[in-house]
Ligand binder design. Structure first.
Ligand SMILES: NC(=O)c1ccc[n+]([C@@H]2O[C@H](COP(=O)([O-])OP(=O)(O)OC[C@H]3O[C@@H](n4cnc5c(N)ncnc54)[C@H](OP(=O)(O)O)[C@@H]3O)[C@@H](O)[C@H]2O)c1
Length: 339
């Protein structure tokens, strides 16, 4: 059994990782940490873990952690991961970073969108972007995987089949994305109070979201170059992302062309499902799973097309995909622990 660690185990993505890894057939969860010292066991913080895990949850200390595990999941805020990963990597550990710190290849781009100079710029070239459906070969044996963001996962799974097939859209595709509140992490904030979010629905960070360059980079990595407009919204839900992508194709483009592109891109994928004509996914279809469900439609006379992509932000958008990446990097069956 490979020994694994979750750093930031008390946050939303860390908790989800602990839950999945506790039931994984090929690994043993051997170390968990948080920032605050609660002097508690992880199964007392999350009582449903009793009987499945027995681990102290203490602040991260490299001297304790290094001997405890071989693979480290970093469920840490951005800027913290890039200060935590180097010592682990230097000691031969494998790192799956759930934060944004290693997702952008250009340190100047990172500084512009995350407001801080990158602390580990040399490793940006070594890091592998962990979207398995498109970059699987690079993820195999990777030492440092940059797990994609939740919005980019839902958007790129709707965009990259077109990029790969060379089916170009006209003008800018609109990515109208909506997320549940866990997308913002567990830390308290006035804007995320129950009374602010409940019975409400609003756009935020309009044309200024930090995931926009990551979507652009993902498109570039897959050989695509179409323009897009990306707008994010906060849903009064715990978890789930629904992204509706609006495209303009030349009038006369048959719907079958679009459907063939998606069906052939995902025919062999276990975690992406293309719905039949006339059916569109909702966030409950993918709740607590590592799946992405896609529905699509195209009006031939006008060339207007819509692709709807649904994921669980903590599943395929974070912890599920991180485990899928570990499975690939470590040579386990890709679906181990995830079905
Ligand atoms: N939430 C999502 O849907 C989602 C999806 C994809 C990617 N991500 C990314 O994944 C990362 C974690 O997100 P999250 O939503 O799980 O965040 P979160 O709920 O805020 O949890 C953060 C975790 O990191 C620990 N932590 C915070 N500051 C720290 C520090 N300075 N040093 C050491 N540990 C520290 C926290 O410990 P304490 O509990 O002790 O404070 C907690 O365990 C973020 O980079 C986020 O952008 C999130």
């Amino acid at each position: 059994m490979l020994k694994v660690a979750v750093i930031g185990a008390t946050g939303y993505t860390g908790e989800e990782l602990v839950r999945i890894l506790a039931g994984h057939p090929h690994v043993r969860l051997a170390y968990v940490s948080s920032r605050e010292d609660r002097a508690q066991k992880i199964q007392d913080i999350f009582p449903y873990l009793r009987g499945r895990v027995d681990l102290d949850c203490r602040p991260f200390r490299p001297e304790d952690a290094l001997g405890a595990a071989d693979v480290f999941f970093l469920s840490l805020p951005h800027t913290v991961s890039m200060r935590t990963a180097p010592a682990l990597l230097a000691n031969g550990k494998r790192v799956i970073d759930v934060s944004a710190d290693y997702r952008l290849p250009d340190p100047a781009l990172y500084e512009r969108h995350y407001g801080e100079k990158h602390a580990d710029p040399e490793r940006l070239r070594e890091a592998v972007y962990g979207l398995p459906e498109f970059f699987r070969d690079r993820i195999r044996n990777a030492r440092l995987v940059a797990n994609p963001g939740c919005y980019p996962t839902s958007a790129l799974l709707g965009l990259l089949p077109l990029a790969r097939a060379g089916l170009a859209w006209q003008g800018a595709c609109v990515i109208d994305a909506k997320s549940g509140v866990t997308g913002a992490g567990r830390k308290a904030s006035a804007a995320l109070n129950f009374s602010e979010v409940n019975e409400n629905f609003r756009a935020y960070k309009v044309l200024a979201h930090q995931h926009e360059p990551e979507i652009a980079e993902g498109l570039k990595r897959a050989g695509g170059k179409g323009a897009f407009v990306f707008v994010t919204h906060l849903l009064p839900l715990d978890r789930g992302i629904l992204s509706t992508l609006y495209f303009q194709f030349p009038p006369g483009t048959p719907e079958k062309r679009l459907r063939d592109v998606f069906e052939s891109a995902y025919a062999k994928e276990r975690f992406v499902r293309v719905h039949a004509a006339g059916r569109f996914p909702g966030v409950k279809d993918v709740l607590r799973t590592n799946q992405c469900h896609i529905g699509l439609a195209l009006r031939e006379e006008t060339g207007n097309a819509v692709v709807v992509s649904a994921i669980d932000n903590l599943g395929k958008g974070a912890a599920g995909q991180a485990v899928q990446n570990m499975n690939l990097a470590c040579g386990f069956p890709e679906e181990a622990g995830l079905e």
